[in-house]
Design a protein around this ligand. Sequence first.
Ligand code: HEM
Length: 217
Amino acid sequence: MNKHKKVYIYKGFERFWHWNQSLLIFILAITGFEIHSSYNLLGYDTAVDIHNKAAWGFIILIVFAIFWHFTTGEWKQYLPTTENLKAQLDFYLFGIFRNAPHPTKKTVLSKLNPLQRLVYLGLKILVIPIMVTTGLAYMFYRYPQGDKIEATNIQNLELVAVLHTLGAFVLLSFVVVHLYLITTGHTVTSNLKAMITGWEELEEEGQSDETKKEDAL
Ligand code: HEM
């Protein structure tokens, strides 16, 4: 049995950003798929109105998050590495079901396992920028033109709509996997509690890694 100690791993802004981002993505997904005609919940006009407001909230949050990442040096957490990448993947696919030891250790300076680094970096530099740019293109391209120049309108919005919807599906798939992996920490709720309180029980430095399922994507 390895020794664990409580470590302050998620700082105040980080938690504020994380929970607001989840809330906004939830609102954007619910309203976005109503706009997409997947169901009728709030009514189309209300869905568009809420989607637009949440989108601006999301953009403001992103600006603050970028500032925070660069001023604190936390951006380095997302530098990709191939070291232990396969071991981490094997762990999630097989080892986790056999109580195998966790292949990487979580520390304050390296909070993300190699798979998380890759997935989060992909979200930050690809999926979210695509959502923001296509979303803004939707807002500023479509509305000023209305239906006046119908041909150009539809031709050009098609790619925007496909990319925006594809990105929405990617984000939704991420959320499903993320929710499952949250429960695979040291205990079922330890990762969740850590993102709420900031504190997490981590294995002490210098110990061999015998704990299982410690990180969540
Ligand atoms: C800053 C980010 C975003 C902006 C600026 C934005 C903006 C927009 C706009 C203006 C529309 C078109 C509304 C209309 O047709 O009247 C739209 C549609 C949509 N949005 Fe977003 N959005 C953003 C993020 C998201 C996110 C994070 C999701 C999902 C998780 C999402 C899902 C959707 C979906 C599914 C549609 C319908 C697409 C279609 O059927 O063509 N959006 N968005």
